[in-house]
Design a protein. Sequence first.
Length: 354
Amino acid sequence: MTTWDPAPFRDQVQTVLDSFLDEREAELAALGPDAGRLIAEARTAVRGGKRFRAAFCHWGYRAIRPEVADPAALARACASLELLHASALVHDDYMDASDTRRGRPATHRAFEAEHRAAGWRGDPEQYGAAAAILLGDLLLGWAGDLLRGSGFTAAEVAAGMAMFELCRTEVIAGQFLDVSVQARGHADVDTAMTVLRYKSAKYSIERPLHIGASLAGADDRQVGQLSRFGLPLGEAFQLRDDLLGVFGDPAETGKPAGDDLVEGKRTVLVALALDAAPPASARRLDDCLGTRLAASDVDELRAIIEESGARAQVEAVIGSLADRAVDALGAAEVDDHARVVLTELAAAATQRTV
């Protein structure tokens, strides 16, 4: 039995995002229908999802200050992290040449299709790429705008923005490390873990906790205690994502089967498999990463990873990291109700199927 129902919270976050985009649409109305198309795609980009980043921001705040002085301000601050997340996804899908996101065309593919259907001049793929870059940049800028204008005091906003800016820097640098690793076509386990930590783990859980806690007035000691919970949990969260990218059900994930294999992602799962598989199998896996794969090829590569023991090893690491995180939370000086809910969120983040 859970002690917090996330559904109304997700609805509240969506309402904030919808209202924010309504305001941006009014501001851009003078630019004509093209601005409307950009806003429409922004609405698609921020729709759906588990809202984990917003939830960890909310409960990071309440871990330090259980009574919320201004619920509307906190909702806007939490929603800002979903704009940051949407920006990262729009850019990530283009960089990975992904066709879909949550069962819908990825942003660059949607704009590419519009160009092609209209019969415009130039290269439809280039147009889609340009549109995705611009929308991702816009969402990133809007994320900071929403946090700054959330309604907290100047001192509280300054503390939250300091964490937000650090988060923004880490996720962009982590993304560059990721594309560089893919370009080199090699990543050992340590390098793959570094990519995982900075591209996803910190910005998914640790930094949202820090932003919420900082808005609540947390000191360095309290921020450090939340790190001991949030960082290993973020790593476990992304390791689960890596497993889903290879073994997930497309009906649940909204992505094609074995999508990470097609995109050639050098994840911890893949690095472990390459280390442990027999030489011929490891070569086959390595050669196939980032190439067009038939369903039978995906099944073959999945079997190589499974038989190498890498899948079981990653499952074990996820369990170990989640346990470490929950133990750290148990020792942290936080509100007891927040501790319970954060423990529930930890389970939801690491045991999910999507």
